[in-house]
Ligand binder design. Structure first.
Ligand SMILES: [Mg+2]
Length: 451
């Protein structure tokens, strides 16, 4: 990395214009809650567990003005801000908004690396000819996010991911006595060493409290202090790997590339219940809820799943797993729940259920295979025919799912006494009589497997 000719900077720093962006939604969960319930606007809102062991997941700037911040125990937050409004949070809604965010980002470059639901790194070096300078792209992203999501984000621009992330932090609004004070929105760290060196050393990636203390013992306070130390001193104090890493970062040398999201292999949701569940109807309702959450994540990733699996842990900790694979890919909660409930119905459950999980795998890009989208169908623009077509397609898709359900019942049987509930296109249905509620049974569309 030493390039004598360029003096203190690295070759990477000298050569490339800043074209890595870090996009970070402002107080994401709390802002979504305010968006969905305008009565919360202007109030200190805290998303998180309100119980004794709860933790703040996100809070508005009105709450931050009282010193509340995320990861703080909720008990402490309530002391600081007794009139705060606590909200439980809506995970599937956040995933939905996150999907909208990523769709916006992907329209600027395919090189988007999502970090959690509300952050992403973008490499826009390939988009500059078409879209102009990175800092302009950053402003355009903020405008699009505001227009399409009605939410604010902050964007940092730098030559590396670390610098871009520090810059987005510098672009953030701040909390004042009367709530949110807008920040610059976009910060470009063009002169990155001047930007980086005054910062406290804790801002460097890899510096936790223990390392910070060891650095303080060396007289190091700022990133600039680290950069001024000979690398051997850092290596002696912190070990080879961390020492060389921090030396490089302090000179702005971070070559970590933006890695576009790799498609997940599976998407799952599982929960340990507060109390064991004995009732199959209750179990089916939990399965539906989890299936909805899995479906939201599938759609957020633009994928459909061919395999649905359920996992059950009984009160004696014994574990059962069942899976079914179809030829079609599905991405709706009701379809996933239909398969999951059929699998559950085939399980002997002599004890209470302690944990239930629903997962989807065998993922492929949505639209690349046959798949179900009846929940997502755009409303037909005008005609009755549109609705009739939708209804017909919906029926056809649903029959395919039901043929899979029939295949599962043939294979595993039904242990449930008088099957407590079934899942239909509109949600959970508890049939009064068994009257073949799902239309003609089944052929094709199935190939089953067990895990
Ligand atoms: Mg954020």
């Amino acid at each position: 990395m030493d390039d004598a000719a360029t003096g203190e900077g690295s070759t990477a720093v000298a050569r490339h214009a800043p074209s890595i962006l870090h996009v970070d939604m402002d107080s994401f969960f709390a802002s979504v809650e305010v968006l969905d319930d305008p009565r919360l606007a202007g109030k200190p809102v805290i998303v998180g567990g309100s119980g004794a062991r709860g933790v703040v997941a996100s809070c508005t700037y009105e709450a931050r003005a009282f010193g509340v911040h995320s990861a703080m125990p909720s008990v402490r937050a309530r002391q600081l801000c007794p009139h705060a409004v606590f909200v439980d949070g809506h995970a599937s809604r956040y995933a939905e908004v996150s999907a909208q965010l990523h769709a916006v980002l992907l329209s600027f470059t395919p090189l988007v690396e999502p970090i959690g639901l509300d952050e992403a790194f973008l490499d826009v070096s390939g988009s500059v000819r078409l879209l102009g300078a990175p800092v302009g792209i950053a402003r355009a992203i903020r405008t699009r996010v505001a227009a399409e999501l009605s939410l604010d984000c902050s964007v940092g621009v730098g030559r590396s991911k670390m610098i871009a992330k520090l810059a987005s932090r510098a672009a953030k609004p701040t909390a004042g006595p009367r709530g949110k004070r807008p920040g610059p929105g976009v910060v470009e760290a063009a002169d990155e060493l001047r930007f980086l060196h005054p910062m406290p050393v804790e801002r460097l990636w890899g510096v936790g409290p223990a390392t910070a203390k060891r650095l303080r013992d060396l007289g190091v306070r700022t990133v600039g202090d680290v950069a001024a130390l000979p690398e051997q001193v850092l290596v002696r104090a912190l070990g080879k790997s961390l020492g060389t890493h921090l030396a490089a970062l302090s000179h702005g040398q971070d070559l970590d590339p933006v890695v576009p999201a790799r498609p997940a292999k599976s998407v799952g949701h599982e929960e340990t219940f507060a109390e064991d569940v004995f009732d199959r109807g209750a179990l089916a309702r939990h399965a539906l809820r989890m299936a909805e959450s899995v479906a939201v994540h599938l759609r957020a990733g633009g994928v459909a799943a061919r395999t649905v699996a359920v996992k059950v842990k009984l009160s004696d900790f014994s574990q059962l797993t069942r899976a079914h694979t179809m030829e079609i890919g599905i991405d709706t909660g009701t379809a996933i729940a239909a398969i999951a409930t059929a699998l559950l119905d085939g399980m002997e459950l002599p004890l209470g259920v302690r944990l239930l999980g629903v997962s989807a795998s065998g993922l492929h890009a949505a639209g690349s295979g046959r798949q179900l989208r009846f929940e997502l169908d755009a409303a037909p623009s005008t005609a009755r025919e549109g609705r009739a077509f939708d209804a017909a397609r919906r029926q056809e898709h649903w029959e395919e799912v039901m043929s899979a359900v029939d295949a599962i019942r043939r294979r595993f049987g039904t242990s449930a006494v008088g099957t407590a509930s079934m899942v239909g296109p509109g949600g959970i249905v508890v049939p009064g009589r068994r009257e073949a509620p799902w239309g003609p049974p089944a052929e094709g569309g199935e190939s089953s497997g067990r895990t």
